[in-house]
Every structure is written in C-alpha cells, then in structure tokens.
Design a protein around this ligand. Structure first.
Ligand code: PLP
Length: 323
C-alpha cells in the first residue's frame, strides 16, 4: 500500500506549516571538534526542538494536514518515546484527542512528558508485541487516524525541514550525517539535501547492533532483524520503512554504523565540550563523523543531532560507564 513518494515540495510545504510553531534550532560549531577532524562541522541541534527532538516536525505536519472530521475523531500512534511526545504535543496544540502505545520499559521522562501533554498512554512489550498492529487495530475499531513514526509522506516531509533549515543557514555542504532508525529523518533530510546542495554526500547512521538499513541498502531490498539491543533506543527499529527506503535507495550515498561505546564517547563530547545533553540516539551522527574523520579533511560537514531526551540518572550512568 505505497503512497506516492513525497518530494522536496512537500518539505517546503511542511516548513510553511511549521513556521512560527516549531523552533528554528541553532547550528553550532566547536573549535575543538573542527581542529580534531580538520574539517568545518556544522551541528544542527534538534535536541533544542520543542519536546526535545526533531520528531515534533513530522508529527505536527501530519496532524496539521488532517481534516475536521479526522481531527474530531482523534489520532493513535506507537513509539518508544519521542514520536509519542511529538504526536501528544501536536495533538494538544491542534486540540485533537491522542492515544499512544508506548513500551513498558520506555524512558520514564518520555512517558511522563507524553502523559503531561494530555495523551492517553497504553503500555506494550517492545520485544514480543507488534505495536504497529495494535495501533492500527485500535484505529480501525475507533475510527482514529493512525500516525506512523516514520513510514508516512507527511511525517518524513516534516522531518526534512531540519536539514532544510541547516542548508538555508550554512549553504553547501560536502557531507551530511543523519541519525537513522526507520528512516524518516534520513529520507526527509535527503530530499532537502539533494535540492539545496546537490553534490553533498548523504550518510545515514545506525547502531552497529541494529544495522537493518545498512543490510537493506547493500541488498537493495528491506531486511528485517530482531529488535536490536543498543543504548540508542530511538533506533531500535527492526526494519526501515517502505516509503523511506525508496527515498534512501535513490538519494542516500551510504549507511554507516557505530558501536554503543562510540555513542557514549560522542555523548561525553557534547556534554563536556558543548555543554549539551544529547540522548544516545542523537549521538549517532557525530560518532560516525568522528569515525570517518580521515575522509572528511578540509570538508564542510553537517551533523544533525536528533534529540536530547534522556533521563538524567541514565545520562549520568552512561557518561561515567566505561562500555
Ligand atoms: C526517532 C528518532 C530517531 C530515528 O528517526 P527515524 O526517522 O525513525 O529514522 C533518531 N533519533 C531520535 C532522538 C529519535 O527520536
């Protein structure tokens, strides 16, 4: 049931919808990092986005496109965290009732934030239950609109607005590193990158334990893996999306992977050098840029931080661990 593939025009339309509602997040540089990589690195900080992650962009864009009857009936989604918060906050802004399926072991901060936005939360087991099926079933029973976390034209077009802002602020880049779970952020970013900086290399970055998109990319068709065990909880997707993969196949140059230890190293860098709290999944892009340093010398490099939602106790534990 493939929808028409979204285009760069959909990213532009999403940017118009989000204007004045999403934050235009800062692009930061670190002299230490630039010297270390012998490159100029532009860091797009979606950890400073509303609800703490880029997902607000896609969630709001999708909800803002619903008609009056759909808005009145309400929406349903599933998520380990940030998409839940994005849908819950967008629903509150647009006055739409929202129901969220969230794993029992979701981060307490993400759970509390989602409930705080007024959404109804239903728990599920992320290793044994199919949350997508549960959400779609509820949608059918109650006449709700299902808002998928990544595999949806309006969601991924919204996610692409972060990269659009980055290019509009800094101009052409030689390489762009994007955190990757189901591919919403990467596919949307790729639409923006190809339009704004056609020669820019576009790289998706997954946790090594969850390299389903890398496998899919190499094989040319989607590969499903068991739910990966990694500290990057926003990238525990077993399979890349159908729509997102079509765009990734067409526009992305390669998929990189990094270990949990590399994520902690990047997390420590952000905390110590840039005074930023970045969640493990948000560290994928920088970890890969550091890993690829030898091929980036003299280049202008974009790094998208996807989010900053992590319990402080967990954050402290990870920073002081020696994985
Ligand atoms: C959802 C999420 C991702 C992965 O995004 P996809 O669009 O599923 O690829 C990465 N980082 C954070 C912080 C997220 O919330």
């Amino acid at each position: 049931m493939l929808q028409a593939l979204p285009t760069f025009d959909d990213v532009l339309a999403a940017a118009a919808r989000l204007k004045g509602i999403a934050h235009k997040t800062p692009v930061l540089q670190s002299t230490t990092l630039n010297e270390q990589l012998h490159a100029q690195v532009f860091i797009k900080c979606e950890n400073f986005q509303r609800m703490g992650a880029f997902k607000f962009r896609g969630g709001f864009n999708a909800l803002a496109k619903l008609n009056a009857a759909q808005r009145q009936a309400g929406v349903v989604a599933y998520s380990s965290g940030n998409h839940a918060q994005a849908v819950a906050l967008s629903a509150r802004i647009l006055n739409i009732p929202a129901t969220l399926f969230m794993p029992h072991d979701a981060s307490p901060a993400k759970l509390a934030a989602t409930q705080g936005y007024g959404a109804k939360v239903i728990g599920y087991d992320r290793y044994s239950e199919d949350a997508s099926a549960k959400a779609m079933q509820l949608a059918q029973e109650k006449g709700l609109t299902f808002i998928p976390p990544f595999d949806h034209a309006d969601v991924l077009a919204g996610q692409g607005t972060a990269a659009l802002e980055l290019f509009d602020e800094v101009g052409d880049l030689d390489a762009l590193f994007v955190c990757l779970g189901g591919g919403g952020l990467l596919s949307g970013s790729a639409l923006a990158a190809r339009a704004r900086s056609p020669l820019c290399k576009i790289y998706g970055v997954e946790p090594e334990a969850g390299n389903d998109t890398q496998q899919s990319f190499r094989k040319g068709e989607r590969v499903k893996i068991p739910t990966p065990v990694t500290i990057a909880d926003g990238a525990q997707t077993p399979m890349v999306g159908a729509i997102t993969f079509e765009i990734i196949k067409a526009l992305v140059d390669d998929i990189h992977t990094v270990t949990d230890a590399q994520l902690i190293e990047a997390m420590r860098f952000y905390a110590e050098r840039m005074k930023m709290v970045v969640e493990p999944t948000g560290c994928l892009s920088l970890a890969a840029a550091i890993q690829a340093a030898s091929s980036l010398k003299g280049q202008r490099v974009g790094v998208i931080i996807s989010g900053g939602n992590v319990d402080l106790a967990r954050f402290a534990q990870l920073l002081t661990s020696s994985l």
